[in-house]
Ligand binder design. Sequence first.
Ligand code: SAH
Length: 519
Amino acid sequence: MEGARRLPVAADALLSPSEAKVGARGEGANAAEAPPPLYPLFLNLAGRPVLVVGGGEVAARKVLPLIECGADVRVGAPELNEALKKLKTEGRITHLEGEFQPHWLDDVFLAIAATDVVEVNRAVADEGAARRLWVNVVDDTELTRVQVPAVVRRGPLTVAISSGGAAPVLARQLREKIEQSVDESFGQLAELLRIFRSRIRARFSHVPSRRKFMETLWPGEVGELLRASRLDSARACLIELIEAGEPEGSREGFVSLVGAGPGDPGLLTLKGHRRLQEADVILHDRLVSREVLELARRDAQFIEVAKEAGTHHTTQEGIHALLLEHARQGKRVVRLKGGDPFIFGRGGEELEFLRAHGIPYEVVPGITAALACAAHAGIPLTHRDHAQSVRFVTAHCRNSIDALDWCALAQEKQTLAVYMGVSGLDTLRERLLAHGRAASTPAALIENGSRAEQRVFHCDLASLPETAKREAVKSPALLILGEVAALGRALAWFGKHAAALTALEPAKSTVLLRIDMRA
Ligand code: SAH
């Protein structure tokens, strides 16, 4: 095992005093005597005979990973299911036909009992024990001596998780967590190191210098290139570093421009999450929610750069300077922006700046406010009957309002998603009406879209500014204007404004749904 560290959980501390006192009879006493931990091993099964007893689905599930690991798999059962039959036809398993025979165990290395008959599983376990064989009995912690862990694989790297049978579901959940936070680049680097192992050993024969070299790879340029899916460049870079024969000295920084989504942490992408976990420095807008920031690496440096309208605490130039300063120190910088970095986020300007200064970067998109607000207000942005197109517009100050093509924006049967629009609603209404949009065009104002405190207000174009004023709609808020906005009254499903869905008595075979329009 490499670097395993067991954080002891004192069973006593988890028991109440009465449970601990129950004595030999009670659960408490059993629970207090936590069994010793399992000893983890990784088996090389290549070419080794392994017996699986059982011909059903459970057995088939056990067989596939064994084949993958190169084992010589024998499946003992009176009958095989379709999947196993196919493997037999393909010559990938041997079928031992009939009821379990103890001699099946004679020359195997490992046996797995995977039948649904307890007696058969027990016989395999007992006969196996008599032969000092390793036997796994599926789903039976009492009988089994060998447990098969939940596994995460990345190339040659394998993470195996076991709860010793105490909590298989928890082990699976932990696996999912690891699955999400460990990206493919780990496996790719391990694979590269396997390929170049002897070259590295030859170039760095001194163990400490080899270790130092190895340590620079994952956080360094090779790792960065892999994380950007630039496999060929990563390979070339590794070769160059090996040839150079000394540890990478001055590592170049890297900037990830990451979209944080609208606030609900569930709407952050997996890739965005990984970048937050790897970051040395995170430069984030005020718009980014606390819940999203909590997903970042704890010891990263967090810098808030407030750039909302009216509060220019940090200018765009200031942000550029910060990006440059940290990247030049060789850090992994995450520039975290609300929604998507390329939608009214000045992401383009930041990339131009980075490009001009030779700093490598990547962009991880996020869910933009229009998509999130529409989804959480039950407003389809397009709809066959109501809107054939959708436009994302911003109208936060006079200049940007004047620059818009009002003729195009006022067309009917299209949806406008207006960002940063709360303060310019009077002008917006005046221009749209002047260009022929109907006063009765439905509108919805969505404040804090996707967040627990989301508020949605439905009105029409005519009453838009008054509605915003009456309800004191605050930033961040998005306006959705167009025929589709009305659909949200009936389709809302999220938060306080969810439309009530009441099922009526089913009439014969038809189920009728009544949608309460008052919400
Ligand atoms: N890049 C961001 C937009 C930045 S502009 C994105 O892609 O979403 C900021 C504007 O986005 C706000 O003024 C508001 O109109 C909108 N916005 C961002 N998050 C929002 C949210 N959770 N609810 C409503 N509007 C939001």
